[in-house]
Design a binder for this molecule. Sequence first.
Ligand SMILES: [Zn+2]
Length: 428
Amino acid sequence: MSVEPLIIEGGRIVDPSSNRDEVGDLFLRDGVVSTPFARDKARVIDAKGKVVSPGLVDIHVHFREPGQTHKEDVGSGTRAAAAGGFTTVVCMPNTSPPCDNPATIRYINNAIAENAVVKVHTTGCLTKGMEGDSLAPIGSLKKAGVVAVTDDGRCVQNNALMRQVATYSEMFDLPVMDHCQDTSLTEGSVMHEGDWSLRLGLKGWPAAAEDIIVSRNIILSELTRAHIHMQHVSSAGSVSLLRRAKQRGVAVSGEASPHHISLTDKYLGGYDPVFKMNPPLRSEDHRLALIEGLRDGTLDCIATDHAPHRNYEKDVELDSAPFGITGLETSLPVCLETLHRSSGFSLSEVIDLMTRKPAGLLDLQAGTLSEGADADVTIFDSEKEWTPTIDGFQSRSDNSPWLGQTLRGQVETTIVQGRIVYEDGKIL
Ligand SMILES: [Zn+2]
């Protein structure tokens, strides 16, 4: 690959994969992290006062292609990723049609080859049509290149079928990712079941709906030895179940989203659908339990669950609004605020949760600045304040609770395989 050699000079290089946190220069040549070379042979990027980290990794995004490209597509979704400092993302299979067959995966891989500005990996469905009735062809999905299987957005309710899914996935060495929701407990629910749902007169969504499925998955992981990863963990119960399971050596893992660690159900006090998510924003004790889970390694990583919806879809009554928010462009500053500045995590610990650890869960070649690794790099100013605006978003959708709010920490440059894809607010 012929790309201009780059020297990123004088930045604070934070690379948890090599225990590195020091001011220095980073050399990128031929698309990989290189040994030092002469300054006159390269473009020099001044990174003094900035943080230089491995490109961020997000194992949970929705790009809506095929089927709902009015909300987002691979092009706009990866531009949003680049603007947020992400160089590797994993997209969910709940497209239309869903990714329950190799042809749809090939279709998405074509869109990726043509339009993606960062690296995108695909996942396949657990069940045909995501109907939860019969197994998807997991072997051929694996052959088509998926890195995991999930019915995200839905949850298989039939435990025998879920056992089968786990058995086959283990045979094909594919992690199972699960959206944990017992739907018999959440019918018609719009927000967390607690004081606020009572006060607002809205149908509550109990934390138990998640805890029950997390327990089921732990038991099935123990039975089949499959790696089962719990997506967007939102409850204190899930965290404590996972903690005990991990202590016994069960092959389970979990992720937390930036919104679940930073916001609570009280934000629904104004009935604003922008705060309507699945699983719902929960109460302060749940939020704090998630942060403790990230601190002690019970929860393995941050994942955004980037879920774009257009204004006219979200701008309806709370009851009928779709679930979810866009997350790629605000994830880093929200995590810096919540984990680093407010909860005592070091900068390196936050970056670890957004690089090495998510990459490791799905065995992705990403999340490191070690020599010879792909030159995927993010340069950010950890203190710079900025305000997200509709016009400033690269995503096609702008359903974000942080619109118009001041955030601290801004991505300045995103580099993928040695090529600058985002710089000073612009996609290149
Ligand atoms: Zn989900």
